[in-house]
Design a protein around this ligand. Structure first.
Ligand code: PLP
Length: 393
């Protein structure tokens, strides 16, 4: 009851370890890799970047050099989740410590830009240390060119971290097994179990290929945490040696029970179904002249908007001047709020190239294809009503 899953010889410690082993197996990390359950991908990214930074600092420490040897830089695309930039700042590397590169038309980083930037930064005395790749960007689900990023990381001797918060789970499906295979060769991976593995909040995971380095990054020799040979102070290694937190709840239990109960094949089928639902929604939107798809549907995220300008109406010029909503962004924002208030659907939202997008990220095991029809019908219904409201003015 109420265990502190950090230290000691008690069963939750073993359940936690078992869950980490299963996570490594699921994602194709070697059994020797390190891992840690954390609150979510934000903490997982921070933990991984801390180890990546330590890899540069450790040899200097041995030479008696303490502190940062120069401006250290991690690289990622403009579609990288904001928590990565936050993590870099928490690590003391400043806002410039995360170099943000623009994306291509499919919201993926451009490897050549990255290569050039790393070289010019080195020439200026900066210390590149890490590439942060996206396996499923938060906005659109885009996957960075992982193989090329892995090659750049090897050529440039940089840490390759992959943020696969939800997208890493697509690796379980036959459709993505190949395109996400590079995950197995990353130095570290962050992902959530509370997103696309349908677990209750909160639980995320970080896997780190070099378990010994992870340990050297975080282990401390505090007298009150030393392992004993026997008794309650024995057992598996103190988990605070693997990350930032000391006291931890038993979040491993819900993961252990869910995986035991359902088995990995059920997750595989369910994730495949969510992807098919997103593809179906994308098709519905493509077919509707009133709706516009704002990004490729590459995984489980669909970004779209209502575009009254596209109405095939003889009076279409009437819609050109939306004076009540000064632009399509304001129009779609209002539409989304009404969609939420209608109780019919609760998509999220984002901005893509400055365009307000209604964003459906499908990670629910109860979602059905029919829900996609409801979402599209409700969007069109509200969109038309909003135009009508404008026209009566
Ligand atoms: C959700 C998400 C995060 C943040 O994860 P939390 O579990 O909310 O901390 C980071 N990166 C990506 C790509 C995400 O989708």
């Amino acid at each position: 009851m109420n265990p502190n899953v950090t230290i000691g010889d008690h069963s939750p410690m073993y359940v936690d370890g078992q869950v980490i082993d299963w996570c490594k197996e699921m994602l194709g990390f070697p059994a020797t890799a390190g891992g840690l359950l954390v609150s979510g991908a934000t903490m997982a990214n921070l933990t991984a970047l801390t180890v990546a930074r330590f890899k540069v600092l450790e040899p200097l420490k041995e030479q008696g050099v303490f502190g940062m040897p120069g401006p250290m830089v991690a690289y990622g695309s403009s579609e990288t989740h904001a928590c990565v930039s936050k993590a870099v700042q928490v690590l003391g590397l400043g806002a410039e410590g995360f170099c943000i590169l623009p994306v291509d038309a499919h919201y993926r980083i451009r490897p050549n830009d990255l290569r050039e930037k790393i070289r010019s930064d080195r020439a200026q005395g900066k210390i590149p240390f890490c590439i942060v790749a996206n396996a499923g960007t938060v906005n659109t689900g885009a996957i960075d060119p992982l193989q090329e990023l892995w090659e750049i990381a090897r050529e440039e001797n940089l840490w390759l971290h992959i943020d696969g918060a939800f997208g890493a789970m697509a690796k379980l499906t036959p459709a993505f097994a190949e395109s996400l295979k590079v995950i197995e060769r990353a130095d570290s991976l962050a992902f959530d179990l509370h997103k696309w593995l349908y677990m209750p909040y909160e639980v995320g995971c970080v896997l780190i290929r070099d378990a010994a380095l992870q340990r050297r990054t975080f282990a401390s020799a505090a007298n009150y945490l030393l392992a004993h040979d026997r008794g309650l102070a024995g057992g598996p290694e103190t988990i605070s040696n693997k990350g930032i937190e000391l006291s931890r709840g038993f979040k491993a239990l819900k993961v252990w029970m869910s995986l035991k109960e359902h088995g990995i094949d059920k997750y595989r089928r369910q994730i495949s179904r969510n992807i098919a639902q997103a593809m179906y929604l994308g098709e519905l939107i493509r077919k509707s002249p009133e709706l516009e798809l704002l990004a490729d549907v590459s995984m489980n995220i669909v970004c779209y908007r209502y575009t009254p300008h596209q109405l095939p109406s003889p009076d279409r010029n009437e819609f050109d001047d939306l004076n009540e909503f000064d632009n399509l962004n304001a129009f779609n924002k209002e539409l989304l709020m009404q969609l939420h208030e209608s109780g019919k659907a609760a998509p999220s939202y984002t901005l893509l190239n400055g365009q307000y997008a209604i964003r459906a990220a499908i990670t629910n095991h109860r979602t059905r294809l029919a829900d996609m029809d409801i979402l599209v019908e409700a969007t069109i219904e509200i969109g038309r009503r909003l135009i009508g409201r404008k026209l009566t003015h």
